[in-house]
Design a protein around this ligand. Sequence first.
Ligand code: FEO
Length: 170
Amino acid sequence: MPSKKMEKALNKQINAEMYSAYLYAAMGAHFDSENLDGFANWMKAQAHEEMTHAMKFYTYIVETGGRVVFEAIEKPPVNFGKPEKIFDEVLKHERKVTKLINGLVALARDENDYATENFLQWFVAEQVEEEATADDILQKVKMIGEHPNGLFMMNAQLGQRGAGAAQSGH
Ligand code: FEO
């Protein structure tokens, strides 16, 4: 059973994952307001995925005899800039989340909490994927720049990310 300190840290991560969901949903709303429905679709699928991350922590806390405690979720920004700036923010945000996950792993190791360390390994691998995906889209959006044709094609491509695909394995 995780220590109280570990339990508190895991609860804090629920809040961070839910904030990620909030942030990406807000980015989705921004893209919807710009009529970039494919970009909006990608963000909404991402928001959904972040909620599944939050609930993984929820389930683990419950399964190990802890108590889930929710805190207020910070308000995300309303207006975002161009796609390039937004995906730059996504990448920076994911790097921040990676640091949080690494911090949890360090704490689990410090406490010889092998079960929690093992549980966190899924997130360690997931963050590698999250950063790679954000970086991949950022590089593509950078290449497109202000070209409407490229943006149109990218919008169509990101529109193909289905809710089913977003859930698979995450
Ligand atoms: Fe749950 Fe995008 O990290």
